[in-house]
Ligand binder design. Structure first.
Ligand code: AKG
Ligand code: FE2
Length: 345
């Protein structure tokens, strides 16, 4: 069976797009990381709150979930969920372990460096080659058990990290499946459609830990450059430090402000294709700040790499051709933002 990792094999990266800066040793923003204008005006988080949030907040213990989620997917491409059943203890533990990893000395982190054609391990975001400057970011990616890389980082004491990451991925998987059923129902899929389209036992998934160290010149740096996620849905735990922004037509960059214990859900390209463009994948980015070291944890979920993806047959006027998931990942790895337009009919 093809794994998600293998879908990246044909677009190997060179080392300068894998090895992060040693942020500890840097006092000033180097030219390689200085963007000319990363910070167009965005609404500060202080002007939004839970009563007037910038994106919908959906209470998973509430009513009319199908309508609420359908509305959020169609109009925002992103929403926050509360009462999602993932304990704050686990959310804190996963952040603690992520911070523990990124606090290691650079030479230690490099022992778990991602391979040129690989997807897991320590390194710069894979979208880096598409941009003229580097991002103020380092990441660590896992698909399933992180034990091989964790052993490279902590030869003896790797169990805690692995246990927490595996438990978190398990929880994310059941949560994302629950969300996916609601999303599909809002597109008009019946229970039978869902069972045949998305058998639970197979999927493509990965967990990405993102680290954005405090930055000496945040107005000229960017944490993660604008992109859409590739799979169906992403569940992002951004903890309590703001930085995530989405692009809204006619408005510009809008912050998705942290809400206590909430998780952010956003739509990726494969759901964009499946919904025939009705649920657009959301363009987003992360900005950095001068004092806080921001950590986020993104769980990406989609159908298995060998499966076929196409607009759902019950939707009118197909806009995208059908293709294998791994083919789409390959097109995205080569063309980034142009990938969706390249498969448009
Ligand atoms: O850190 C964030 O808020 C965004 C992370 C993200 O977009 C990603 O990992 O794809
Ligand atoms: Fe993303």
């Amino acid at each position: 069976m093809t794994t998600l990792s293998e879908a990246y094999k044909d677009t190997p990266l060179n080392l300068q797009h894998i090895v992060p800066l040693d942020f500890e040793s840097i006092q000033e923003l180097p030219d390689s990381h200085a963007w000319s204008s990363s910070n167009e005006f965005t609404l500060p988080c202080s002007q939004t709150d839970e009563k007037s949030p910038s994106v919908p907040i959906v209470d998973l213990k509430g009513t009319n979930l199908v309508e609420k989620i359908g509305h959020a997917c169609e109009n925002y491409g992103v929403f926050q969920i509360i009462n999602h059943g993932v304990s704050s203890k686990l959310l804190n533990e996963v952040e603690y372990q992520a911070r523990r990893l990124f606090a290691l000395p650079a030479h230690q982190k490099l022992k778990a460096l991602r391979s040129p054609g690989g997807a897991t391990g320590y390194g710069i975001a894979r979208i880096s080659p598409f941009f003229p400057k580097f991002m103020w970011h380092e990441g660590f990616n896992m698909m399933g058990s992180p034990v091989d890389h964790a052993r490279e980082l902590w030869p003896i004491d790797y169990d805690n990290f692995c246990d927490v990451m595996e438990e978190y991925q398990k929880k994310m998987k059941s949560l994302v499946y629950q969300l996916l059923l609601l999303v599909l129902e809002s597109l008009g899929a019946s229970q039978e459609d869902m069972e045949s389209l998305f058998p639970t036992y197979e999927s493509a998934e990965s967990l990405q830990l993102n680290s954005y160290p405090s930055c000496p010149d945040p107005s000229r740096a960017i944490g993660l450059a604008p992109h859409t996620d590739s799979l169906f849905l992403t569940i992002l735990n951004q903890s309590d430090t703001n930085g995530l922004q989405i692009f809204r037509d006619g408005i510009g960059w809008v912050p998705v402000c942290p809400v206590n214990d909430a998780l952010v859900v956003n739509i990726g390209d494969l759901l964009h294709i499946f919904s025939n463009g009705r649920f657009p994948s959301v363009y987003h980015r992360a900005i950095v700040n001068e004092t806080k070291h921001r950590i986020s944890m993104a769980y990406f979920y989609g159908p298995p790499p060998e499966s076929e993806i196409a607009p759902f047959a019950k939707l009118p006027l197909r806009k995208y051709r059908s293709l294998k998931v791994k083919e789409y990942i390959g097109i995205k790895a080569k063309h980034l933002d142009k990938a969706l337009s390249l498969i448009r009919l």
